[in-house]
Design a protein around this ligand. Structure first.
Ligand SMILES: [Zn+2]
Ligand SMILES: [Zn+2]
Length: 171
């Protein structure tokens, strides 16, 4: 057992903005340059799911080897600022089901804030790494599911102790 207390906010310098916050049931996520900031619930029903995705799309899109996501109901997602500074890019070519996934990037710094999929109406798939309170990455937003394990890079051995799904966990 770790003796480090993760229950209080831990907001390190990460990106340019210094106004991120975290309360009992709500917190912020901010892009790298600070132009875009969203406010989201840290518990249900607004917080729908938390998951890691290893799919080829996520690997390319994040310029990393997997994406760490949390899904928020759009009815519970607020933009503190910068909604008009988001650039949209959507396509369906790489989505196995033929659905379109649209990605919302900060137009200034390029941070991917969330994706919306035609197969998942009313939901925004946000990025755990953009959440300002880093302790939330390990507590309320800790991934519950890991999907597309068939596409996982060989040197990553997966997230221990959570449900593993070879393909999509949500179709
Ligand atoms: Zn930005
Ligand atoms: Zn993916």
């Amino acid at each position: 057992m770790s003796s480090v207390d993760k229950s209080n906010p831990y907001i390190p310098l990460a990106g340019v903005a210094v106004d991120g916050w975290s309360k009992e049931d709500e917190a912020t996520a901010t892009c790298f340059c600070g132009a875009v900031q969203i406010v989201f619930p840290t518990q249900g029903p607004g917080l729908v799911e938390t998951f890691v995705c290893n799919c080829t799309d996520c690997r390319k899109l994040t310029a990393s080897m997997f994406a760490s996501n949390f899904t928020i109901a759009d009815t519970h997602l607020k933009h503190a600022r910068g909604e008009d500074n988001l650039t949209r890019y959507g396509q369906s070519k790489t989505i196995a089901s033929g659905n379109t996934m649209t990605n919302y990037f900060c137009s200034t710094c390029g941070t991917l804030m969330y994706r919306r999929g035609s197969a998942f109406p009313g939901l925004s798939i946000c990025r755990i790494g953009t959440v300002d309170d880093f302790n939330l990455h390990e507590t309320k937003l800790r991934p519950r599911v890991e999907q597309f394990t068939k596409d996982r890079v060989g040197w990553f051995h997966g997230v221990k102790g959570i449900r593993q799904v070879e393909g999509s966990a949500y179709t």
